[in-house]
Write a protein that binds this ligand. Structure first.
Ligand code: SF4
Length: 401
């Protein structure tokens, strides 16, 4: 969860010095662990950890407060499962209650009770709460919450609700505050489907981009995530012509098979997607292009998978986030026929990233031909993998849109 990992609600008033932020392999599908401890100086980030590890350090230090938050723990049944299964987790809450984190900690300090906090209310209340940012030279700025797209594998519309855009004036106020801090070189506007920004407010995403770029300051602007069905020519034109916009676009394709895209309910075809890529390449030469791929979606045949490999060869992305499909309870894809065995998913993700076949190795060569050194890939801890070149700035977290 970006809000937990990249910018923390200001905890100063409850005098907690340290938050250990962790992503947990054991119960990762339910959310991110946050361990709070007043014994340490400074901040400790742990990128990957097992739930057994958390249990052990809690046993050694009973004053440690263990909290779990995420999209999955926003679902009541998942929160209840966590409550029953992990008694050493003190606070369980969902993304709807994120802005109340410090209240939950205060309450826990008073009562010392294992607790679930659940709310079905989808709002934007948390967006204007003071932040303590921990994301280095990049500042994340939420511009909207929720999603109306209902991709068949995705839990977001159920746990984050329908699209709600923040008022432009609130976003610009946050951007102005960031702009006067020389630490921030980049501002990343963040939403599940940023191109839908402003529909209910009578404005557009490109109007927001223009307004943000008019704010004085020595920073660059980028955004994530764009849905291919919504990325407009106006946005591409603005990226091409504005000095303030980073020349990079993250455009998740998910599959190179029209059959699978239809089953995923993505509402675009491979041909439409490649048309957008052609437009980007024509208007923004050397644009840094990245994407998300899901392999092993239900009913994915070898031929469908080949389509994805072909698409990768055609586009020659600068960075690819590849995920093995995993079920999210409550989504249509979780109960689809034709679920793919884990070993097949594993083999396919490895073909994309490492290249077991000669023609797939060409993908790596294609990237190298662009002059990139230190091409690498790594597990990102969420059954997903990243294949990328080394040093340039790109957002390090894919949201799977
Ligand atoms: Fe929305 Fe992205 Fe989820 Fe699709 S994958 S439903 S666009 S958040």
């Amino acid at each position: 969860c970006y809000n937990i990992c990249e910018k923390r609600y200001n905890m100063d008033e409850i005098k907690i010095n340290d938050i250990i932020e962790v992503t947990v392999t054991g119960i990762q599908k339910y959310g991110a662990f946050v361990l709070i401890n007043d014994k340490y100086d400074g901040l400790i980030h742990i990128s990957e950890i097992s739930s057994g590890y958390v249990k052990n350090i809690k046993a050694k230090n009973p004053n440690l407060i263990v909290a779990v938050c995420g999209c999955m723990s926003q679902q009541k049944e998942n929160a209840e499962y966590l409550y029953k299964t992990y008694p050493y987790v003190d606070i369980i809450f969902g993304t709807n209650n994120l802005h109340m984190f410090k209240d939950f900690i205060k309450k826990h300090e008073e009562e010392r009770k294992h607790n679930i906090y659940h709310s079905e209310e989808f709002g934007l209340e948390g967006e204007n709460v003071a932040m303590h940012r921990t994301s280095g030279s990049n500042a994340w700025v939420n511009i909207m919450q929720g999603c109306n797209n209902f991709c068949s594998y995705c839990i977001v519309p159920y746990v984050r609700g329908r699209e709600r855009s923040r008022k432009m004036e609130d976003i610009l106020r946050e951007v102005r505050e960031i702009s006067v801090n020389p630490q921030y070189e980049t501002i990343t506007l963040l939403g599940q489907n940023v191109n839908s920004y402003g529909k209910e407010l009578g404005t557009t995403f490109v109007s927001l981009l223009k307004a943000v770029c008019e704010v004085e300051g020595n920073f660059k602007v980028t955004f994530m995530t764009s849905h291919p069905k919504d990325l407009s020519s106006e946005v591409i034109d603005f990226i091409a012509t504005s000095d303030k916009m980073l020349k990079q676009i993250h455009l998740p394709v998910q599959s190179g098979s029209n059959k699978i895209l239809k089953l995923m309910n993505r509402n675009y075809t491979v041909e439409k997607y490649l048309g957008i890529i052609d437009e980007i390449k024509a208007k923004i030469p050397n644009c840094f292009l990245s994407t998300d791929i899901i392999v092993g979606f239900p009913e994915e045949t070898e031929e469908d998978f080949e389509g994805t490999c072909e698409l990768l060869k055609k586009v020659k992305y600068d960075k690819v986030f590849a995920f093995m499909y995993s079920k999210r309870n409550g989504t249509p894809a979780a109960i689809m026929e034709g679920q793919i065995p884990e070993e097949v998913k594993n083999k396919r993700v490895n073909i994309i990233l490492i290249g077991e076949e000669q023609d797939v190795l060409y993908i790596l060569e294609g990237l190298s031909k662009k002059g990139f050194k230190n091409l690498y890939y790594f597990e990102n801890g969420y059954n997903g993998y990243v294949q990328a070149k080394g040093s340039e700035f790109v957002p390090e977290l894919g949201c799977g849109c």
